[in-house]
Design a protein around this ligand. Structure first.
Ligand code: ZN
Length: 495
């Protein structure tokens, strides 16, 4: 394990001493010290006599690769809240942004953004006309965590089309293709779509394939919030696989779930279908560990069929954190009417079956992604709780899978699927993204009633060799890097 050329009196910038390593490959844990030099892992093994500028004592703790959040909407938060406490506090060291068809770029200044894009538009209205400008802004004012970004298909539609109520024509497709090429040249991971949402509902499969035609030439990926995650979920899966095959690129099924009481249990059908597709093409998927979702307030698509908590509302900010039923009663109107009056805004909707949530999470190819929305004062608790909830509640308390598997779903598997080959595993030569946590006490503290709570049991989070979270708080370090696309299994470029 130890570098054979390394004398044991070697010196490091940072030494994580006495811990138990879970290396992100699903291999069994082992006792080892970890030496860091120049932002990379320089040694893993017995390093008791090594000298180091800084030592982190990890006796009785797990030392793992920093977690990679496979699905986020942190595009603008990385600039507006660069400390990224809601993620750093969970052990996250890298976020994948630009999901569900929505990214920070390209966006024209001054254009009204249709929902749900409005949800992602920061208070300061940070918008970038070119994707490369967004990445440059991150490089100029680095956040605490690494970031890699998709470019959103809905952004391209909003840029290129005057009427979103139809499929794009040839000229519009050409414009979108050009914007996508520009983003890919700047280093975007790939293209994401959100055909579930009104601004992209009318995009045909053909439009998406035509816009995405250049993805394969760039070794890029296709990620999707599918058209339908309820009654038509099987058809949506088939569309996703067909797009991946037509483009010849890997696909990522975002936040896989089935919604609505009538569909409870149907992950027993979707997962075998996904496994079957995996025999013929590259398919990845992620999920968050909760039976409630969160998105824009909608009155269609059965989105009000279960309990609804209002997370934010532009016309009625005072309603954030309240139950839609209580608001409707107070206003003396049906809940649908109350929901309409609260628009635009976001809601937490309880539309999933816990058995489905667990079945998807336990599926061996499922990555962990928070899908948190970093806006407002009453976000879904997944924003602060996703990773410790999987480690504590689901792996330790429920026993859904071993801790090694939980870590792999947040690290090695995710790095593999997004081509981040120098991250996601704890081994000599890898970037020094590391989390130290207590397997016995790690737990999510964020709840629906009190969502902005840092997790417990996360001792230390190191990003590119620099401690970012320690002793229950942010260190103020901003060592995050912009990660740009590398081929599957190839080397990413950082910087
Ligand atoms: Zn989504």
């Amino acid at each position: 394990m130890t570098d054979p050329n390394l004398s044991d009196s070697a010196s490091f910038d940072l030494l994580v001493r006495g811990g138990t390593v879970i290396d992100g490959t699903r291999a069994p844990r082992f006792r080892a010290d970890v030496g860091v030099r120049d932002g990379r892992i320089a040694a893993v093994g017995e390093l008791w006599s090594a000298r180091a500028a800084q030592v982190i004592e990890a006796a009785g703790r797990i030392v793992a690769p920093g977690f990679i959040d496979a699905h986020t909407h942190d595009d603008q938060a990385l600039l507006l809240q660069p400390g990224m406490q809601f993620k750093a506090s969970q052990g996250v060291t890298t976020v994948i942004t630009g999901n569900c068809g929505m990214s920070a770029a390209p966006l024209r200044a001054g254009v009204d953004l249709p929902m749900p894009m409005g949800l992602m538009d920061g208070a300061d209205g940070l918008r970038f006309a070119r994707f490369g400008d967004y990445l440059d802004a991150l490089r100029a004012d680095p956040p605490a965590l690494n970031a890699a970004a998709f470019v959103g298909h809905t952004n391209l539609r909003v840029w290129a089309m005057n009427d979103l109520g139809r499929s794009a024509d040839e000229a519009e497709i050409d414009t979108m293709r050009g914007l996508l090429r520009e983003a890919l040249e700047a280093g975007a991971l790939g293209l994401s779509t959100g055909t579930f949402y009104p601004p992209a509902t009318h995009a045909s499969t053909r439009e998406i394939v035509a816009v995405g035609r250049d993805l394969a030439a760039f070794d890029a990926r296709f990620a999707t919030h599918m058209r339908d995650e309820s009654g038509q979920v099987m058809e949506s899966l088939d569309e996703t696989f067909a797009i991946g095959r037509a483009l010849g690129v890997p696909v990522v099924i975002s936040h896989h779930k089935v919604q609505g009481r009538a569909n409870f249990g149907r992950t027993a059908q979707t997962l075998p279908r996904i496994r079957e597709a995996m025999r013929h093409q590259c398919v990845a998927l992620d999920c968050y560990p909760y039976d409630a979702g969160s998105t824009m307030i909608r009155t269609d698509r059965g989105m009000l069929d279960g309990r609804v908590l209002i997370a934010s509302s532009t016309p009625h900010p005072e309603c954030a954190g309240r139950d839609l039923d209580d608001i409707a009663k107070e206003w003396g109107v049906p809940r649908e009417e109350a929901a309409r009056r609260l628009q635009p805004g976001s809601a937490i909707t309880f539309l999933m079956d816990e058995d489905d949530v667990q079945r998807v999470m336990a599926f061996d190819e499922t990555m962990i992604g928070s899908d948190g929305l970093p806006t407002g004062t009453s976000p879904h608790p997944r924003l602060w709780g996703t990773f410790p909830r999987v480690l504590g509640h689901y792996a330790r308390d429920v026993g859904l899978f071993p801790l090694e598997t939980a870590v792999w779903k947040m690290t090695g598997l995710t790095a593999r699927n997004f081509g981040l080959s120098e991250r996601g595993t704890l081994a000599v030569g890898q970037h020094a993204d590391i989390v130290v946590f207590d397997a016995a006490t790690v737990r999510d503290a964020a709840t629906y009633a009190d969502p902005e709570q840092a997790a417990e049991g996360i001792d230390c989070v190191i990003v590119n060799g620099v401690p970012t979270w320690a002793a229950g708080g942010s260190t103020g370090a901003r060592a995050g890097q912009v990660l740009t696309r590398g081929p599957m299994g190839g080397r990413e470029r950082a910087g």
